[in-house]
Design a protein around this ligand. Sequence first.
Ligand code: URA
Length: 212
Amino acid sequence: MSRPEPSRESDKLPPEAGIAELREGAQHCRDCPIGEMATQAVFGEGPSRASLMLVGEQPGDREDLAGRPFVGPSGRLLDRALEELGWPRDGLYLTNAVKHFKFMPRGKRRIHKTPAQQEIAICLQWLDRELDVVKPAAMVALGATAAKAITGQAISVMRQRGEWVVREDGIPVLITLHPSALLRGPPDQREAAFALWLKDLRHASRYIKPSP
Ligand code: URA
């Protein structure tokens, strides 16, 4: 008797698949419609045994073209924060809840569109596989989409920012804003908002290993 085809794209990969193999596998994922629109899947990057995993929502326009997470305007703000915190970017595992860029074409521009709950739920198969490999001691949820996706709970980011929420598997998740929320804020309040964001993020400093 022939075996049934695996119903999820990630199930086609062996349980011992590493990040490179998962990244390649995600390129073929059409389990939800977003994959068809995007240039490529943007998988997480960083050491495959990082103690801290930062999770955003989905790649943006720049990330979609570059194939790397957090390389556009939000990524630049994140880099500035990492520098001020003394967290080397290459010591962290950076990823997104959703691996493809969902957008609406408007003239020559591609405008970010929030992924639907079902699309997020389907895409979590890849984050689960990243977690199996990286086994972080803690995670940081950047924004509401990531917070809900990775904790499975309805989170109010503005009320719970700076707090830890423990996942069912025991991994603590620090809740904070997405960098794009800071970029959208009133320009005269941006530096104050940035300082508050750093204050939230600093709660996870204990998971950063000092450079040798
Ligand atoms: N926003 C995200 O959530 N992730 C990225 O990689 C870039 C922008």
